[in-house]
Design a protein around this ligand. Structure first.
Ligand SMILES: O=C(O)CCC(=O)C(=O)O
Ligand SMILES: [Fe+2]
Length: 203
C-alpha cells in the first residue's frame, strides 16, 4: 500500500469546517473490488435493518433510518475489504499525526439503502463530552450512481448545508461530535463502508 498522507487543504478544512472529502481514495479498480465484495454480502442476506438509539433503547423506525447494516470484523488477508480496513487504519494514523486528533481503534460498518426512498434523518454520530466516536469516515461504493438516485449526504457545517454525492471511491471525513448530517432519500441502491474512530484513551 502506498503511504497515505493528508493534503494541506484537507487538514485545513477539517480544522476550520470540521470535514473534508476526497473524490478518489483507493482508485477506481480497487473501489470496484471493494464494491463487489460488499455487494456479495448484501446478496448473501447478511445485512439487518438498522436501529436507532434513543437513550438506552434500541428501536426500529424505518422512516428515521431505512438502511440495512452489518458490522465488518477483521477480514481474511487478501480481500479488498481488508485492504480498505488497512487504508482506514492508515487514515486514523495520519489524522492523529497531522491533525492531532489522538485516534485509536475504529469500528467498520457496511450500510445499504435498497433504493426505495430510504433515508437517514438528521443526526449526530456522537455527543459532545462523552468518550465516544470522534471521527466518522465514509467510503462510498456506488459505481452506477446518477443524480436521479439521490441519496446525497447532507452535512451541516457552520455557514449552511453542503451536499455530497455518494459516488464510487469517494471518501468523506468529519468530526463526529461537531457535524450533524443526514442521508437524503435514496432512489437507487446505495452502499457505503463507514469507519467510526474512537479516542485513543476510550475503551
Ligand atoms: O452513508 C452516509 O452517507 C451517512 C450514514 C450515516 O450518517 C450513519 O450511518 O451514521
Ligand atoms: Fe451518521
Amino acid at each position: 500500500m502506498s503511504p497515505l498522507s493528508l493534503r494541506d487543504e484537507e487538514i485545513q478544512s477539517l480544522g476550520e469546517r470540521g470535514w473534508f472529502t476526497r473524490a478518489s481514495f483507493l482508485g477506481e479498480a480497487e473501489a470496484r473490488a471493494v464494491h463487489a465484495e460488499a455487494k456479495a454480502r448484501v446478496e448473501e442476506g447478511l445485512l439487518r435493518p438498522a436501529g436507532i438509539r434513543r437513550g438506552a433503547d434500541h428501536t426500529l423506525d424505518r422512516d428515521t433510518r431505512g438502511d440495512f447494516i452489518t458490522w465488518v470484523k477483521e477480514e481474511e488477508q487478501g480481500s479488498a475489504i481488508s485492504r480498505l480496513r488497512d487504508a482506514y487504519a492508515a487514515l486514523g494514523e495520519v489524522l492523529s499525526a497531522e491533525a492531532y486528533l489522538g485516534l485509536g481503534r475504529f469500528d467498520l460498518q457496511l450500510a445499504w439503502y435498497p433504493g426505495n426512498g430510504a433515508r437517514y434523518a438528521r443526526h449526530f454520530d456522537a455527543f459532545p463530552g462523552q468518550s465516544n466516536r470522534r471521527v466518522t469516515a465514509l467510503y462510498y461504493l456506488n459505481p452506477d450512481w446518477v443524480p436521479a438516485h439521490g441519496g446525497l449526504l447532507r452535512i451541516y457545517p457552520e455557514g449552511g448545508p453542503v451536499e455530497v454525492e455518494p459516488t464510487l471511491d469517494r471518501l468523506v471525513v468529519f468530526l463526529s461530535e461537531r457535524l450533524e448530517h443526514e442521508v437524503l432519500p435514496a432512489h437507487g441502491p446505495r452502499l457505503a463502508l463507514t469507519a467510526w474512530f474512537y479516542g485513543r484513551n476510550s475503551g
